[in-house]
Ligand binder design. Structure first.
Ligand code: HEC
Length: 101
């Protein structure tokens, strides 16, 4: 029993460390890819036409970025922004945006 608990604890620690690394990588990608220019620092947009991203959860962001990339969701600006994103970058961005609560 103690072993199982220790294992569980270790897995939880490892998992949270992985998520933290994704959040940091996502934050750099968010700045480097220019997302910050439209969606604002910390995901709070100051331009009416651009939605704030703060408060969106990771699954929603992941799905919509993937849909923008494939063209399943159409918006000329976001289709272009998502075109070059790798799966890993989408995942990191999703974790970063999810962390903005
Ligand atoms: C030139 C401005 C611009 C840039 C740069 C930009 N976006 Fe967007 N983004 C938009 C607009 C406009 C929409 C709304 C699209 C629509 O109406 O369907 C949007 C929508 C989104 C959505 C969906 C939001 C929702 O509520 O459904 C996500 C997620 C998103 N952008 C993420 C990003 C990420 C990540 C980046 C950087 C890789 C980025 N955007 C760069 C303008 C921009």
């Amino acid at each position: 029993m103690r072993f199982v608990l220790a294992l569980y604890f270790f897995m939880a620690l490892t998992f949270s460390a992985v998520v933290r690394a994704d959040v940091a990588a996502g934050q750099s990608t968010y700045a480097a890819r220019g997302c910050i220019g439209c969606h604002g620092a910390n995901g709070v947009s100051v331009v009416a036409n651009y939605p704030s991203l703060k408060g969106q959860n990771a699954d929603y962001v992941r799905k919509n970025l993937t849909d923008f990339r494939s063209g399943a969701r159409k918006n000329p600006v976001m289709n272009a922004m998502a075109a070059g994103l790798k799966d890993e970058e989408i995942n990191n961005l999703a974790q970063y945006i999810d962390s903005l609560k």
